[in-house]
Design a protein around this ligand. Structure first.
Ligand code: NDP
Length: 352
């Protein structure tokens, strides 16, 4: 049998105080439609943390299946697994294949899992481990937001804040592939030019700071860039003043899509934008789209994977936190603890 380690919580709270790593035995020869997988890599996403804190609407069920006396919930929603063995009824996967969870709340912060074939999606090895481990949330969200709200045509402009986020970086690249022009708003920093160069190399048309975004004067520069062509779509990762100022850049009949609230401030839209510009403001949640728009997950994964294969979407910038799948509970715990601690310094990927 295999000694699997899994990060769980019994009560909601700050991850550092409620998380623990427990181990449980899994059979090395799965039966029927069961699949035994080993984790290759699992990221720490903002929503994983919100889920543990108890402020995220979708959460995993608590269970005693890991052998605990009180019910616990497994952490992590996204990750890449390698198939170790399959039951005799399994048809879509075989040993050695890569796969990702077919739905959220899988509990990906673990070394191994035994699960029904239906809860896994095979993913071909034509992209990197980093890309496969992070394909379902960030690049997929960027793709859906750029394609589901406005019928954008090559040459059209969109604007986004959180331009340096993983979603933002994916939107820049996917936007470029779709022939779109983009304005990305980022937070100012000492080495701003370095970031501007990096995002420009990814395909950003223009990168501006929050101060530029807040300046009325700067509006003229943007009008020169767009040559009067209306900005049709805004992707809001941040909220607060940043979002209000971004909304002011939109043209008539545009859509503001909110998907994140990194500033923890509400979205405030000047009323005149609704009245005189016929602004539409909507929310986006990829988790809900899995059922709200049937087939969207599969179609999006296909499109995004193709862009990765073609080199249009380059490897995500991640920090690896290595740990052995055979490591002790303490070692596995430590890896996720480190990843959580550093999660504000760029995307962390725990690699088994
Ligand atoms: P990352 O960890 O890659 O990036 C976070 C970004 O937020 C960084 O660019 C950071 O800027 C910026 N940021 C943090 N705090 C602030 C602040 N106070 N003001 C302005 N910017 C800030 O995140 P992800 O790309 O993984 O996710 C980004 C957001 O999108 C999260 O809120 C996440 O929950 C959400 N999301 C939502 C989805 C949905 O379906 N609704 C799907 C996917 C993600 P800096 O570079 O300056 O540090």
């Amino acid at each position: 049998s295999i000694k699997a380690k899994v990060l769980v919580y019994a009560q909601h709270g700050q991850p550092e105080s409620v998380l623990k790593c427990i181990s449980h035995e899994l059979p090395s020869s799965p039966q029927g439609s069961d699949v035994l997988v080993q984790t290759i890599a699992s990221p720490v996403n903002p929503s994983d943390i919100n889920q543990i804190q108890g402020v995220y609407p979708s959460k995993p069920d608590k269970t005693t299946a890991f052998g605990t006396s009180e019910p616990v919930a497994p952490c992590g929603n996204e990750g890449l697994f390698k198939v170790l063995a399959v039951g005799n009824k399994v048809t879509s996967l075989k040993a050695g294949d890569w796969c990702i969870p077919s739905n959220v709340n899988f509990g990906t912060w673990r070394s191994h899992a035994l699960t029904d074939e239906s809860s896994l999606l095979k993913i071909s090895k034509t992209i990197t481990e980093e890309q496969a481990a992070t394909i379902s949330v960030n690049p997929s969200s960027a793709y859906q937001m750029l394609t589901m709200f406005e019928d954008l045509k090559p040459g059209d402009w969109f604007i986004q804040n959180g331009g340096n986020s993983q979603v933002g970086r994916a939107a820049i690249q996917i936007g470029k592939k779709l022939g779109l022009q983009s304005i990305s708003i980022v937070r100012n920093r000492d080495n701003l030019q370095e970031l501007v160069d990096e995002l420009t190399a990814l395909g950003a048309t223009k990168v501006i700071t929050e101060e530029d975004n807040a300046s009325r004067e700067f509006g003229k520069t943007i009008a020169e860039w767009t040559k009067g062509s209306p900005i049709k779509l805004a992707l809001n990762c941040v909220g607060g003043e940043n979002c209000s100022n971004m909304a002011r850049k939109l043209g008539k009949d545009a859509t503001l899509v909110s998907y994140g609230a990194m500033s923890m401030k509400p979205v405030m839209i000047p009323t005149q934008l609704f009245i005189f510009k016929n602004l539409t403001a909507k929310g986006f949640w990829i988790t809900a789209n899995v059922t709200r728009v049937p087939g969207s997950k599969e179609n999006t994964l296909k499109a995004v994977q193709k862009m990765m294969e073609d080199g249009d979407l380059v490897d995500v910038k991640v920090t690896h936190v290595p740990v052995s799948a055979d490591g002790s509970e303490e070692e596995v715990f430590k890896a996720f603890e480190t990843a959580l601690t550093n999660s504000k310094q760029g995307k962390q990927l725990v690699r088994f």
